[in-house]
Design a protein around this ligand. Sequence first.
Ligand SMILES: Nc1ncnc2c1ncn2[C@@H]1O[C@H](COP(=O)(O)OP(=O)(O)OP(=O)(O)O)[C@@H](O)[C@H]1O
Ligand SMILES: [Mg+2]
Length: 252
Amino acid sequence: MSKIIAFAGKGGVGKTTVASLVIRYITNSDKGSILAVDADPNSNLGETMGLQVTTTIGDIRETYMKDPQGIPSGMNKINYIETLVEQAIIENKKFDLLVMGRQEGQGCYCMVNNILNNFTEKLGAHYKYMVVDNEAGMEHLSRRTSGKVDILFLVTDYSLRGLRALRRIHDMLDRLNLDVKELGIVVTRGPEKLSETFLNEVKEIGLPIVGVIPDDPSLLEFDMERKSLLELADSSSSVLAVQKIMDTHCPA
Ligand SMILES: Nc1ncnc2c1ncn2[C@@H]1O[C@H](COP(=O)(O)OP(=O)(O)OP(=O)(O)O)[C@@H](O)[C@H]1O
Ligand SMILES: [Mg+2]
């Protein structure tokens, strides 16, 4: 069974950045195969890791829905869709990437969504790690069929507003059919010493802070130059902070 690592938090707090750095950590430490899943309709996980995204699961859904009768002979609905998904996997040397994309239409997509969700779960089982970057809401996580997440990193910037968003997500988790083994808060762009006010709010949420990622100017530089975060220097403060989190919470 693969280890599923997922990220949630308010918009723009650094989920995709931390997800990329976690992927960088796993690939560099040769811990095993990874399926990265970009579950944000405004997908950009591929971009932050220097990959060109050509097909998304959303595209597959549209292709199928436009012509549901167009299944090649000798195939049924399920294996036709599964073949399309296999073709949408972006493979590269260090890990594979699957981009969920958008759901455009208003029609009844339940059947095709079920096939897609089931197959993504099945696919994930072939990898040692599945790293899922979510959108600001919890849509994708709440649609997961098996509902198992090994580590859910709740990402917030150094603000009370970010923490309140985490509190809402935390409350929502109870209502979802999700089996989350470990939950931890990651604070991005945080100072070395967090304020009493911030820590008191964290105490009320009742979850541990698993790491603080400092404001790292090289992230801005890499963004501006469209460079892959996989190429950040080992000595970058954000790389070191994620390494510390992973060494403690996700040892080989
Ligand atoms: N620790 C950090 N230091 C400096 N810049 C950061 C840090 N973390 C994230 N950023 C920058 O903040 C911006 C938003 O980060 P990111 O895209 O990872 O957030 P997100 O939570 O995935 O956003 P969205 O909700 O839109 O998907 C990016 O430009 C990123 O480079
Ligand atoms: Mg993002």
